[in-house]
Design a binder for this molecule. Structure first.
Ligand code: SF4
Length: 162
């Protein structure tokens, strides 16, 4: 895909797990072909903000727990450990890489407490989703980077679900 002038291809930052990189909390690999295509074209940079924040793979799943009124949300793993610092540090490192690469768009994994855009799990580990952004998605949006998920990308390409 080219930008509106047609002079320079649009560059993307993408969730590393969508490229099949060993980064998911459960250690499984799940690549999305349309994301692999962007990387093969040289226009997408894979990053995993949770690994960049120092978390291991595999790791206990995390969710965003809303704060009490006036208090910030926290990111907590299933064992009750607060991992907010790792998530915020990793998101800033991922933003730094995205900006170095010149990314103006992102394709991030839906539902993740880091990468989810528009919907995340509600912090109860019950599988319920609520409106909201993951930590990286929010950081990229605040920096002016357009955030899609893998389903948005498939729709743009006129393909079926990834
Ligand atoms: Fe890493 Fe984001 Fe994929 Fe989670 S969803 S494994 S944080 S790239």
């Amino acid at each position: 895909m080219n930008d509106s002038s047609g002079a320079r291809p649009v560059r993307y930052v993408v969730s590393a797990c969508l490229a099949g990189i060993h980064s998911r909390y459960n250690g499984e690999r799940k690549a999305v072909n349309a994301v692999l295509d962007l990387i093969r074209q040289g226009v997408a940079l894979p990053v995993c903000p949770e690994q960049l924040g120092g978390l291991p793979t595999p790791r206990p799943p995390c969710e965003i727990v809303p704060g009490a009124p006036g208090c910030p949300a926290r990111v907590v793993n299933r064992l009750g450990v607060d991992q907010s610092a790792e998530f915020h540090c990793g998101a800033q490192e991922a933003l730094r890489l995205a900006q170095l690469f010149g990314a103006t768009r992102a394709v991030l994994k839906a539902g993740s407490p880091s990468c989810g855009s528009g919907q995340v799990y509600d912090g109860t580990f019950s599988g319920r989703r609520v409106p909201g952004d993951g930590v990286l998605a929010a950081v990229l949006k605040a920096a002016g980077i357009e955030v899609l998920d893998e389903n948005d990308l498939a729709r743009e390409l006129g393909a079926g679900p990834p």
